[in-house]
Design a protein around this ligand. Sequence first.
Ligand code: ADP
Ligand code: MG
Length: 263
Amino acid sequence: ELSHVPGDDGPGDSVRRPDPDAPAIAVRDLHKSFGDVEVLKGIDFHVDHGQVVCVIGPSGSGKSTLLRCVNRLEEPSSGQILVEGIDITDPETNLDAVRARIGMVFQQFNLFPHMTVLRNLTIAQQRSLKRDRAEADRIARANLAKVGLADREDAYPAHLSGGQQQRVAIARALSMEPDMMLFDEPTSALDPELVGDVLEVMKTLAAEGMTMMVVTHEMGFAREVGDKLVFMDGGVIVEEGDPAEVLAAPQHERTRSFLSKVL
Ligand code: ADP
Ligand code: MG
């Protein structure tokens, strides 16, 4: 169960500890509306620790909104989202503490253009995690090496290819040492020849046991790396299951129709 740190019970200050027995992410009957338009219509799913869950579905089906609800970039209209057992829809929950455990990578890399690659990786470590410069540099360099960009720490983002920029964005997220990573179409903005290097980095992360939720159109990646494939359409999960099985033998007409267009 959730536990409080003694003596730290002020409103909004309560520190809830992650529950190691809870799933990494559990979503229960999640609804999200923008004005009158309901874009998530009752979503239930979970991601276990170390699992890679891939989310596919047509444009506008609510994939990004779902991902953004999981780290509360969007506020759910109703339902529950538990991150490591902590209810992030509870107003008492310290959202910053939960968000610090979730790395996010977007289609647009969102690097700081006026900072070097190394600085992009150290600034949040120093500001949010209060690491000193030497430690932040050390962790940043280890993560740049991991994504194959150890030799580019002094470059500015504009001097890198899109694929390199996305790998920097991944290294930046990893430098915060998150418990899980959310990816929203990380390769969709890339030229085709640059996609492979980014997927390779994600594959390595998965092999190391990182918990990952990946919105993607890369069916090969979903089949090879995913533990579970979720197909969304119209704000609901139409079907989910073993990626190879869903891709080879979809159970629903909407899934078949979508796959016939993308495969
Ligand atoms: P996907 O990522 O699957 O393409 P999104 O989650 O981005 O889908 O969008 C789902 C629906 O919600 C779309 O119809 C989109 O126009 C709408 N939507 C997303 N964000 C907002 C917003 N901030 N305000 C209003 N409508 C939004
Ligand atoms: Mg999207």
